[in-house]
Design a protein around this ligand. Structure first.
Ligand SMILES: C[S@@+](CC[C@H](N)C(=O)[O-])C[C@H]1O[C@@H](n2cnc3c(N)ncnc32)[C@H](O)[C@@H]1O
Length: 218
């Protein structure tokens, strides 16, 4: 999954991953992180996710990173956000309404770009990456997030022989392997969701489980 893959997906509006509704695990599990009001929340590979609006409206300061400039423009336009824009090294930074979007490569982020974050929300970021990139992603998250940072991570699990990713299946054992050295982790909820996912049934899946994890950077 190189950059062109994602930039072309955005260019062609092939963004089936984008959800109109806020992810149900946010209102359900975010409160268990017990963050102080106004805490800074990092959203990796954020797309134009409406989850960022939910986090902002819940009183948090949001900072997302996304490869596609088109996604950032769509996020501002569709949500009628007036955002200022400036260049910061490899990133085009949009800022306004309690949300900052850094447009560029997640792997170019340095801790200073997201200084002060207390939490992260990963929906469709880890699972967007092929197996070869996931260890690098988890290591980079660990390098970016200071000790004490909590992450609400959402993973999907299915028979990878039935469908090609993305999204990819990331089994519980892999989550444990990826984050064991950097985080304590706790599965919060696991649900079978194939009955609510006609799109994935159409791609050949007969079972699909979604899991919410709480990670605690040690
Ligand atoms: C599956 S989408 C999920 C978007 C969002 N999390 C959501 O829930 O709608 C993955 C996103 O990651 C972005 N992306 C992929 N690789 C990236 C990278 N290296 N740096 C920043 N963004 C990246 C893609 O452009 C795409 O918008």
């Amino acid at each position: 999954m190189n950059h062109d893959f994602w930039l072309e997906r955005w260019q062609r509006d092939e963004i089936g991953f984008h959800q109109q509704a806020v992810h149900r695990y946010l209102p359900r599990h975010w409160p268990s992180l017990a963050l102080p009001p106004g805490a800074r929340v990092f959203v990796p590979l954020c797309g134009k996710s409406r989850d960022m609006l939910w986090l902002r409206d819940a009183g948090f300061e949001v900072i997302g990173v996304e490869l596609s400039l088109k996604a950032a423009h769509a996020f501002c336009g569709e949500n009628e956000l007036s955002m200022s824009r400036r260049r910061d090294g490899p990133f085009e930074c949009f800022h306004g309404g309690g949300i900052a979007l850094l447009v560029g490569d997640f792997f170019d982020l340095r801790p200073g770009h997201i200084a002060g974050v207390a939490a992260a929300f990963d929906r469709a970021a880890l699972v967007a990456l092929p197996p070869s990139a996931r260890a690098r992603y988890a290591a980079h998250m660990a390098a970016l997030l200071p000790a004490g940072t909590q992450t609400l991570l959402v993973t999907l699990e299915y028979d990878q022989r039935q469908m090609e990713g993305p999204p990819f299946s990331v089994a519980a054992e892999e989550v444990r392997e990826l984050y064991a050295g950097s985080n304590r982790m706790e599965p919060l909820q696991r649900e079978e969701i194939i009955q609510d996912e006609p799109k994935f049934r159409g791609r050949g899946l007969t079972a699909l489980a979604e899991t919410a994890w709480r990670l605690d950077r040690v």
